[in-house]
Design a binder for this molecule. Sequence first.
Ligand code: ASP
Length: 294
Amino acid sequence: MTPVIIAHGGAWHWDDQLDEPKRQAVKEAARIGQSVLNESGTALDAVEQTVIALENHPVLDAGTGGYLNASGQVQLDAMIADGTTLSFGAVAGVTRLHNPVSVARAIMEQTAHHFFVGTGAEAMAASLGFDLIDNAVLVTPAMRVFAAQHEQASGHDTVGAVAIDVNGHCAAATSTSGSANKPEGRVGDSPLFGSGGYAENGVGAIGATGLGEQIMRLLLSRQAADLIRQGCSAQEAAAQAMAIAARRFDTPRCGLIIVDHNGRVGMAHTTPKMAVAWCHDKGPVQSRVRLTND
Ligand code: ASP
């Protein structure tokens, strides 16, 4: 099987001057995932390492550089899905974790549970050996300025990755600060298995981004998986899932990245922009900020 990685840096609209930094950020992250896959790493390793790079990049709105919530904190959600075991781990509403995607993975692999929230998630992370950080570490000057200038902002952005490895194993990971100025405690689709992401060997791996209040009502990632099961390619499934969103909502705000069980790549969005990067095997990493209708 030819390994494939796709990374995204959110689907929404943003100032044009951010296009190039976001494109570069997803490209660098996809390159990290590519090297994991080419050194015989698993799809799970690849999506985790890719999402760590995305979380750490201050220009993307997950982890460091995330949006501030209405209480002035970066409040994070993340999920990782393993298509081999049809399992997932997730955290939501956390403020003291540097890389929530890794905690999600540890929860999946080292506990009898799948999903922890808030201070319970942080306590579990500490017991699993993760450092608890001060929330201020995640707050960048740019996001402080953004929050001050956009008190009513409703932007949202997630990062994510999907991969298939040389053995045909699939995995997906998501991480987000959710929506800008969200009320404390608000959680979107990103940590929800079947909504924000899904992975199943023999089907594919799917990652969603966009307005969680829409995506979670549609179980969007699982719907895309079902479309692949019915015979769609990754791209057909992504496009049809967007059509489902467009039928349900007057202003659909959704995006998907998909790698199917054949290693085919799919991506689609109803938002003005989506930053994506992808590559097959040792091939060049392609990257772009897609515009609607691209
Ligand atoms: N889906 C995320 C949320 O609603 C945000 C995003 O993907 O842009 O929390």
